[in-house]
Design a protein around this ligand. Structure first.
Ligand code: FE2
Ligand code: FE2
Length: 461
């Protein structure tokens, strides 16, 4: 710790070598220091301190007045000198080693003043004050940091526990983690299992109905601490469960609706192909095969149907739920697909049978095997006909379902073959559709009025 004496303003008392001892004493009394420097010519001869003045007066009595400063000045040696900037430990060390005065020198080595004990005490006191201040500041900072850390970890939206693997004890734990622990890990064995990572990456259901995914990570090898985090996945988990339930519901409903198990087997045997279309050549390249594609296509159509049921579409005159469900299940049973493999480049017009063939075939098979009514028959038979291609005997009242049926047939193909996400919104007689997939060129918005047949289609980014 370096001292700073320059702030202490102690002027250096000087006398010439021929000054009398009385003059020296007067000079000393009027100065703030406790020694007088004796000058001779341009240089310094030495110094006289108060003790030596008293000593000479006691020894010589009245004769002391005749003594000249130069006669008794103590010679200044190099060991008496101290640079002005020096650390306090060195000063204390020098003071312990010797008696007598230490003299502070400037950068040129010239004596600027004597160093008194008061100077040293002052410095020590200043250091002490400074250290105390810094210690209090550090303590306050540490206290605030701990407080802040506690607040922070309590505010985290997930539970965190720091566990010592060796001692098997909880080192730190935030509020949420405490709650989860108390609800789910009541006994010691469960907590030990938790520490040992038995529940790693598992989703647990808390008593309050929330779901937490657990992550267990070794934090640092030095302390062997483990960080356990509980991440609230309630929203995702509930959604996933809902989707599973809907899927199961639809598939159960689908199976229940099947008049014959052979239909399921038939649909599962019809593959669907994923492909890439080359605009320049008109050819397609097969990029994937969905073995039970036709079955999935029908399930996806039923899901779209179920969605529109929920939104009240079937309440519109002209719509009939049973007709649509039967037509959906049976519409592609007459489909025949070519045998292709991934990587094949083919002309789709040559290898794929035109849609109306399987539509006619399917309608005929369904009527003879499954006792369908005329409405279902017409919907199946003409599901690959655009409105302006329909025969004159197609009943007008069936146009409403025909339009809707062709819409969900196309959307389901996108879901099945391109993994599209489709959202449908019913607004009166209008159906608003938003389709998004990994193939941006297929991303679109469709607005269809199933009563007028008016369709507005927009590409979306
Ligand atoms: Fe079809
Ligand atoms: Fe279809």
């Amino acid at each position: 710790m370096e001292c700073n004496f320059s702030k202490r303003d102690v002027s250096l008392a000087t006398v010439t070598a021929d000054a009398s001892l009385i003059e020296v004493a007067e000079k000393l009394i009027n100065s703030q220091g406790d020694l007088v420097i004796v000058q001779k010519g341009e240089g310094v001869q030495g110094y006289i301190d108060h003790k030596s003045i008293i000593k000479w007066f006691l020894k010589e009595g009245d004769k002391a007045a005749q003594i000249k400063a130069g006669d008794i000045a103590v010679e200044i040696k190099e060991k008496d000198k101290l640079p002005e900037k020096i650390d306090i430990e060195s000063i204390v060390e020098r003071l312990k080693q010797r008696e007598g005065h230490l003299l502070l020198t400037n950068e040129k080595g010239e004596v600027i003043r004597g160093l008194s004990f008061m100077d040293v005490i002052d410095q020590l006191s200043a250091f002490h004050k400074q250290e105390r201040h810094e210690r209090i500041k550090a303590k306050r900072l540490a206290k605030n940091t701990i407080l802040f850390t506690h607040l922070m970890i309590d505010m985290l939206p997930f539970g965190v526990i720091l566990v010592s693997r060796e001692r098997g004890k909880i080192v730190k734990c935030n509020r949420l983690a405490k709650k989860i622990l108390s609800e789910n890990f009541s006994n010691y064995d469960e907590i030990t299992a938790l520490i040992n990572g038995v529940y790693k990456d598992k989703v647990i259901e808390s008593k309050s109905g929330a779901y937490y995914r657990m992550e267990v990570n070794s934090l640092d090898k030095k302390t062997n601490n483990i960080l356990v985090a509980f991440i609230d996945v309630s929203r995702e988990y509930t959604l996933l469960n809902q989707i599973k339930e809907i899927q199961e519901e639809v598939e159960t409903a689908f199976l229940a609706m099947l008049p014959d198990q052979r239909i399921e087997a038939r649909l599962k045997s019809i593959p669907e192909y994923m492909d890439e279309y080359d605009e320049n050549t008109g050819m397609i390249k097969i990029t994937g095969i969905i073995e039970d594609g036709c079955y999935r296509h029908v399930v996806n159509m039923l899901k779209l149907l179920a969605d529109t049921f929920k939104q009240g579409l079937m309440e519109l005159p002209g719509m009939n739920k049973n007709t649509l469900v039967q037509a959906t299940i049976l519409h592609d049973i007459g489909k025949v697909q070519p045998d292709l493999k991934v990587g094949d480049v083919v002309n789709p017009k040559e290898v794929f049978e035109q849609g109306f063939y399987h539509a006619f075939r399917g309608a005929s098979l369904s009527r003879s095997l499954y006792d369908i009514n005329d409405e279902v028959y017409y919907l199946i038979r003409y599901h690959h006909h655009a409105e302006n291609e329909l025969p004159a005997d197609f009943p007008d009242y069936l146009l409403v379902m025909h339009r809707f049926f062709r819409l969900i047939d196309g959307l389901s193909a996108g879901i099945t073959r391109r993994g599209s996400k489709v959202k449908m919104k019913i607004k009166g007689t209008k159906i608003l559709v938003r389709e998004q997939s990994n193939f941006p060129s297929y991303n679109q918005e469709i607005e269809m009025d199933i009563y007028t047949g008016r369709v507005i289609r927009r590409d979306i980014e």
